[in-house]
Structures are given as structure tokens and as C-alpha cells.
Design a protein around this ligand. Structure first.
Ligand code: HEM
Ligand code: SF4
Ligand code: SF4
Length: 479
């Protein structure tokens, strides 16, 4: 939506005249070829932008992604919405119809309550003198400057993320643009008669997305409006602090075992929060060693699945921890049913449905945490087949869990599922809301094909050896 606003805004700014704001917009609205739908598209995109940003903020809150290393994203996100609302305000004033005047008056009322301007702003709209072009020029200047500052805000917003995904899927992008353009052609944005300061217009049609606050500001004393706005802002900005969790247990930051780290440089590439760097070692081994910056780590556990020697991950969740736990459980667990390693974020109804279809459901914090050796060990211990069930790739709280899982299982990304593992006994499914029947059908087909696959010999306890292969050799020979 920001890109749509930018492109349509470039056209609008060429046609807009600060000397004749209402007239130039009326001419635009009367031009069916370019002006009318461009203006309407700009208007509708601004509504959708605010709605999408607020929805995205609520989603982050609901997924508990609002504190710790994500605080900067939270605070800058709130600022982006705030700047977006002010930008919409200046945009409506530019139109200078009855609604534009009403917004300008509401703004003047608020500004006059602050002891910053020597002359009351509201006097500009008293109607005793024509409104100077300078007012419209300053308004236009703000309307262009604010989006530029949003560019900086957006950069800050994603500055702590590796590989931020800035665009929706291509099909969604084009469907949205086509839908909005069609709406703009069929239902052009309303345009009232040119503003007349001598007419007190309070019955203009409100834009409920970006200007819902206007009736409040008109009715409340300005001091109360300011106090209420600041209180809401303070509350929203305090959410990172209010939702903060102790950095222990499931929220403990990842750590590296330098003895195990071979310096392969894989975990820094897989970490979705750029929390790992390679630094010189303090011992005399010739490689670099991975180091986790705890202040950037969100404990997603993706690095645990990325490390071939299983030397990194949040406490209790490294590949070695996963294997050890699995092995301890496996010695007693019988009989063997096909297993699903299921993301703990998946809807409970999906997990129950898989269990009802005969799956031995085992919850994991995120499929991106699963070390490929866990899949292999399960199969070698006699489980007939292993399905890994994750969230839709764009809906992973660990951001990149399903992506790296797929690459490790099928594309030989480092810490890959070994070639010796029979791929017919391994699968992945996505548990998306509304797509349970497809997931169950994929599971049933997977299970139905298993009897035809020859089962490998069962593991004996001695087969599972977590070699300390990276420990320095006692004789002083580098491993
Ligand atoms: C102005 C509109 C906004 C835009 C364009 C925007 C865009 C984005 C993008 C592209 C990402 C990265 C997504 C990914 O690759 O995983 C992101 C992450 C994030 N956004 Fe926004 N955002 C906006 C507003 C907000 C608001 C209002 C909030 C909350 C109040 C918010 C909170 C967050 C948080 C916490 C993350 C980090 C997620 C994580 O680290 O797991 N954003 N945003
Ligand atoms: S748990 Fe690992 S992958 Fe996740 S943020 Fe921390 S260091 Fe990065
Ligand atoms: S993936 Fe493992 S071995 Fe490779 S750099 Fe990270 S901690 Fe070291």
C-alpha cells in the first residue's frame, strides 16, 4: 500500500495547485481517464495501509512478539501508524472541501492549546480573510515530508531482522492492486463542495479509518484530547515493557558450545534476527567460533536446527538435547506408529485431528528447531514414517522455520537430512487455518504408502552415540 501511495501520490502532486487547492482537486475528480481513479486509489490505499498496519500490530501482540529484541520494531511500528494518521490528516486538508476544512479546524483547535505559536492557528479559518497559499504550501510540504520520514521509520522497523519480507505474495499484491483500482473506478472517492470558512460544516461524511478521532476532538476540551491521546500513546509504547518475560526457560537466549563449534558459519546465516556473528577463538584452533548476542536473540531456536555438530541453541533445545530427550523417551515407547513432529503453535484442533488419524503427535517449539538427526533417529528406532508439520511459511513466529526446515530436508542446506535416510518415509505438511482437510489428506496418503516401504533395521541403544568429535584431541592433534 505504501508503494501504491507513492506512485499515485507522484501523479497527484504534479496536478495539485497550492494556489487553487479545491479547484485543482475538482478538476482531477472530473477527469475520468487519469485523475479520478488515481485520486481515489490514493485515498483507498491510505485506508488499507492504516488497517493493515493496525492488524499487523495486533497480530504481533497476539503472537507475543512485542518485547525484547522486538521492542525497536514495536516502537517504530507505533510511530509509523501515528505518522500515517497525521499524513492522512494533511492529505484530507489538501482536498479543501467541507471535510478538509473540518479537519483543519480540529487540528487548529488542538494546536492552539499548545503554548508554541504566537498567533492562534484557528484564526486562519475564521473566514474574515482569504486563506493564504502559504498555509496550503506548508500542508503540502508536510504531506510529502511525512512519508519520507516513514521510509526512515520503516528502515528502523526492520533493522533488527535478517531478510525482512517487505511485500505480500505476488498474487496477493496484484489482486489487491486490481481490486482497489476497480473500486476506485467504480466508486470514486467522495468530494464535497469547496470549503467555505463561513459555513460551519460538522455533518460531512467522516472517513472512519483515518479520521475517527475528529468528533472526539470537536467535543472534548483540547486539553482532555491531548491528555487522552498521550495516555493511549504511552500505553501502547509501554507494551514492550508490560509484556516482557524473564529471560529464562523458553525465553533463555541461545548459547554456543565453543568446543563443538567447527566455525562452519551456518548458524549466522540461518538466524532470522542476525543475532549470531563469527568471532576469533580464544583457544588455538584455526577456525572462527560463533557468538550469540543475547540482546538480539529472541530464543526462536532456529539455530539449533542449523548446526551440524549440534553446538548451538537455547538451553535444553540444542540438537544434542533433542536427541538425548528423544532417545530417553524412545527406549520405553511402544508400539511404533507413524509420527508427526508438530509445531506447538499449530491449532490444537489440527493436532487432535492428526492424532485421531493415527498419528503419534510430538510437539516441537517450531519446525525450524528440529535437527534433521531427530528425524533420522526416529526412523532408525523403528518409527515407520515421520511427518514434520509446520505453520504457513509467512506465519511462523520464528519467521523462517518452515523455510529452513524445507531446505534442510530436501535441498541439502547445512545440517541436512542425510542421504542415507529413505525420503519415502519422511514428509512435511503445512497446518494452516482453514486447510485442515488438505493436511489430513496428505497425512493419510503418506501413511497409506508406508507399508510398501521396506523398514530399516531397528536401532540398538549402543547405536546412539553423541560423539564429542570436536573436542581437542588429548594428544594435541587437531580434530
Ligand atoms: C506502518 C506500517 C508497518 C509496516 C509497513 C510494517 C512492516 C513490517 C515488516 C515488513 C516486518 C518484517 C516482517 C518479517 O519479515 O517477518 C515487520 C515486523 C514487525 N512489526 Fe511491523 N510494520 C508496520 C507497523 C507495525 C506496528 C503498528 C507494529 C506494532 C505496534 C509493528 C510491529 C512489528 C514487530 C514487533 C515486528 C517484528 C516481528 C518479529 O521480530 O518477530 N509493526 N513489520
Ligand atoms: S535462538 Fe538462535 S536463531 Fe533464534 S534469534 Fe537466538 S541466536 Fe538467532
Ligand atoms: S552452525 Fe554450529 S558449528 Fe557452525 S558456526 Fe554455528 S555453532 Fe559453529
Amino acid at each position: 500500500m505504501l508503494l501504491v501511495l507513492l506512485v499515485t501520490g507522484l501523479y497527484l502532486v504534479l496536478v495539485y495547485r497550492v494556489g487553487d487547492p479545491a479547484g485543482s482537486v475538482a478538476r482531477m475528480a472530473a477527469d475520468p481517464w487519469l485523475g479520478s481513479w488515481n485520486r481515489s486509489l490514493h485515498r483507498y490505499a491510505s485506508d488499507l495501509f492504516v488497517l493493515a498496519a493496525v492488524f499487523h500490530g495486533f497480530r504481533m501482540f497476539a503472537q507475543r512478539r512485542s518485547w525484547g529484541a522486538r521492542s525497536l520494531a514495536w516502537v517504530s511500528g507505533v510511530s509509523l501508524v501515528g505518522v500515517g494518521l497525521v499524513c492522512a490528516w494533511t492529505g484530507f486538508v489538501m482536498v479543501w472541501d467541507g471535510f478538509g476544512l473540518r479537519l483543519a479546524r480540529a487540528g487548529g483547535r488542538l494546536l492552539d492549546a499548545l503554548p508554541i505559536l504566537s498567533e492562534p492557528v484557528s484564526r486562519i479559518f475564521a473566514g474574515d480573510a482569504p486563506i493564504a497559499s502559504a498555509f496550503f504550501f506548508v500542508n503540502l510540504f508536510l504531506h510529502i515530508l511525512l512519508p519520507l520520514s516513514m521510509g526512515v521509520g520503516l528502515w528502523l522497523h526492520v533493522s533488527r531482522l535478517a531478510r525482512p519480507v517487505l511485500l505480500p505474495p505476488r498474487r496477493v499484491t496484484w489482486a489487491l492492486i486490481a481490486g482497489l483500482t476497480l473500486t476506485a473506478i467504480v466508486l470514486p472517492a467522495p468530494l464535497g463542495p469547496a470549503a467555505d470558512p463561513l459555513i460551519l460544516a460538522t455533518d460531512t461524511t467522516l472517513n472512519l479509518v483515518t479520521s475517527w478521532w475528529v468528533p472526539l476532538v470537536e467535543r472534548l476540551p483540547p486539553g482532555v484530547s491531548w491528555a487522552a491521546s498521550l495516555a493511549v500513546l504511552a500505553l501502547v509504547l509501554a507494551i514492550p515493557r508490560l509484556t516482557r518475560q524473564p529471560r529464562e526457560g523458553v525465553h533463555a537466549p541461545s548459547h554456543v558450545d565453543p568446543q563443538l563449534c567447527t566455525g562452519c558459519n551456518q548458524c549466522p546465516q540461518d538466524c532470522p534476527w542476525d543475532a549470531i556473528t563469527m568471532v576469533p577463538r580464544t583457544d588455538d584452533r584455526p577456525t572462527l567460533v560463533a557468538l550469540v548476542d543475547a540482546s538480539r536473540c529472541v530464543s526462536c531456536g532456529i539455530c539449533a536446527g542449523s548446526c551440524p555438530p549440534m553446538g548451538v541453541g537455547p538451553p535444553g533445545r540444542t540438537g544434542r538435547d533433542q536427541l538425548t530427550r528423544l532417545w530417553e523417551g524412545e527406549t520405553t515407547a511402544t508400539p511404533r506408529r507413524p509420527a508427526v513432529l508438530c509445531c506447538g503453535q499449530a491449532p490444537a484442533a489440527h493436532r487432535d485431528a492428526l492424532a485421531a488419524h493415527g498419528a503419534d503427535v510430538r510437539l516441537v517449539p517450531c519446525v525450524g528447531n528440529v535437527h534433521s538427526s531427530v528425524v533420522e533417529l526416529l526412523l532408525r528406532s523403528g518409527v515407520p514414517g515421520v511427518m514434520v508439520a509446520g505453520c504457513p511459511p509467512r506465519d511462523c513466529v520464528g519467521r523462517e522455520g518452515p523455510k529452513w526446515l524445507h531446505a534442510r530436508m530436501y535441498l541439502d542446506r547445512e545440517a541436512e537430512l542425510q542421504a542415507r535416510v529413505d525420503r519415502r518415509r519422511v514428509g512435511t505438511i503445512t497446518l494452516a487455518p482453514g486447510a485442515l482437510p488438505e493436511a489430513l489428506a496428505a497425512w493419510d496418503a503418506f501413511v497409506a504408502a508406508l507399508p510398501a516401504v521396506e523398514r530399516a533395521g531397528a536401532l540398538r541403544p549402543d547405536d546412539m552415540i553423541l560423539e564429542a568429535e570436536c573436542l581437542p584431541d588429548p594428544a594435541g592433534v587437531q580434530p
